[in-house]
Each structure stands twice: as structure tokens, then as C-alpha cells.
Write a protein that binds this ligand. Structure first.
Ligand code: CA
Length: 229
């Protein structure tokens, strides 16, 4: 769940924003002045910040600049004044977007979602500069130990990940259950080979569109399994 900070001194507006965002399943914290906002922004690990321009103790522009020294998460400025819009555009303050009062809460939620999606895809692209295997629809990041199937992240257990990694490093080669067990389960010859079958089944449920008719990890009857390229 994404975590959002609202910095807004007008209680009615703050409550409205908070209600709508919470209804959209976001976790929301509220700061009622610039200083509190600054403190929370640096300590709260937020995914996005909604920042009012006119704030007591520290105005939104100053706060934006100070947060930007430390963080590159999306920041949406909220303003009631037309003059502010020129300032936001002209100063290159590092705001990702702005919204003018009065605004519809639905529009705010839509903007928040769009910025979070965009930011998330940038983060994922960055993660893939490391050691990445990419075979058809599957991207496997060895360093971050993350797996994406058709762009969607899949949560694998340690052994499911190790097994998929081994397959993807040896595409199109056929391996018996015994061989897979030796390679992936630390050469523990006395372990239970049935675990290989169980793990392949679970892995297929996570990465295959139709686990009964797999397109990646296929069964080679009488021999074992191979990762199809
Ligand atoms: Ca205000």
C-alpha cells in the first residue's frame, strides 16, 4: 500500500483529501504546517507528497525545495492562487504536478495514482541495470532477486527463485528431477526429490498464464524438464 503525506493547514480540505485517498486504499498522514510537513517528509518514508502552497511556519515552495534536496518522490503542489501556477512553472521547483483549488477529490486521486504508477515504472527500470535475465515475457533480476512476468511482479520463495534462475541460465536444456535437486538444493543428495515436483508446480502457478499447459517450464516426458525459449 502506498503511503502519502498531505501537508495542508485548512482542516476541511485536509480531511476531504484524506478521506478520498483512504477510500482509494492509500495510507495517509497529515501535517498541518510546513515545519511538521518537513519533519514527516524526511522521516516517514512516503511514496508521494501533496503539498499546499500557503502554509504556516514554512511555505510550500520553500518546503518543496528542502524536500527535494533529499528525496525524488512525486510531489503535487496544491494552490488557490493563479499567480502561483506561473511561479511553479517558472522556477523549476521540482514539483511533479500542481492542482488548483477548488478541485474535485476524484481528480486528485486520479493524479496521485498516475504519478505513483509513473514513479514505480522508473524505479523498476533502474533496478534492471544490474544482472538481469530476460527470456520472452520473463525478466529476472539476480541482484534484486525480483521476477516480473509480462511486467507484473511475482513473489517467489527462495527456492522457487533459485529454481527459475537455474532454468533461465540453462535455457532449452533438459534436466531430470535428480539433476535439478542436486543443482538447486545444495547437492543434498539425501533430501527428498519429490520437492522438485512440488516447486515446479508452484512456480508454474506463478509464472504461467495456464499452469496446466505451460509455455516456459515444460515437461519432457520420460526425461524431466526444460525451460523453453
Ligand atoms: Ca493553506
Amino acid at each position: 500500500m502506498a503511503k502519502i503525506l498531505i501537508v495542508e493547514d485548512e482542516e476541511a480540505i485536509a480531511d476531504l483529501e484524506k478521506d478520498y485517498l483512504e477510500n482509494a486504499s492509500f495510507q495517509v498522514d497529515l501535517a498541518i504546517d510546513g515545519e511538521q510537513g518537513y519533519h514527516l517528509a524526511l522521516t516517514g518514508k512516503y511514496d508521494l507528497i501533496i503539498l499546499d502552497v500557503m502554509l504556516p511556519k514554512m511555505d510550500g515552495f520553500t518546503l518543496l525545495k528542502k524536500i527535494r534536496e533529499d528525496q525524488n518522490i512525486p510531489i503535487l503542489l496544491v494552490t488557490a492562487k493563479k499567480e502561483d501556477i506561473d511561479k511553479i512553472r517558472g522556477l523549476g521547483l521540482g514539483a511533479d504536478d500542481y492542482i488548483t483549488k477548488p478541485f474535485s477529490p476524484g481528480e486528485l486521486v486520479a493524479r496521485v495514482k498516475a504519478h505513483l504508477n509513473r514513479y514505480q515504472s522508473i524505479i523498476e527500470d533502474r533496478d534492471f541495470t544490474g544482472d538481469v535475465l530476460h527470456i520472452r515475457g520473463i525478466k529476472l533480476d539476480k541482484t534484486a532477486r525480483r521476477v516480473f512476468v509480462s511486467g507484473q511482479e511475482k513473489r517467489l520463495t527462495t527456492k522457487e527463485f533459485d529454481l527459475l534462475l537455474f532454468f533461465m541460465e540453462h535455457p532449452n536444456q533438459v534436466f531430470t528431477k535428480e539433476e535439478l535437486f542436486k543443482e538447486v538444493w545444495d547437492n543434498d543428495y539425501y533430501g527428498d526429490i519429490a520437492t522438485v515436483v512440488v516447486h515446479i508446480k508452484k512456480l508454474r502457478e506463478k509464472i504461467e498464464a495456464d499452469p496446466v499447459n505451460p509455455q516456459y517450464i515444460v515437461t519432457v516426458w520420460g526425461c524431466g524438464y526444460r525451460f523453453k525459449v
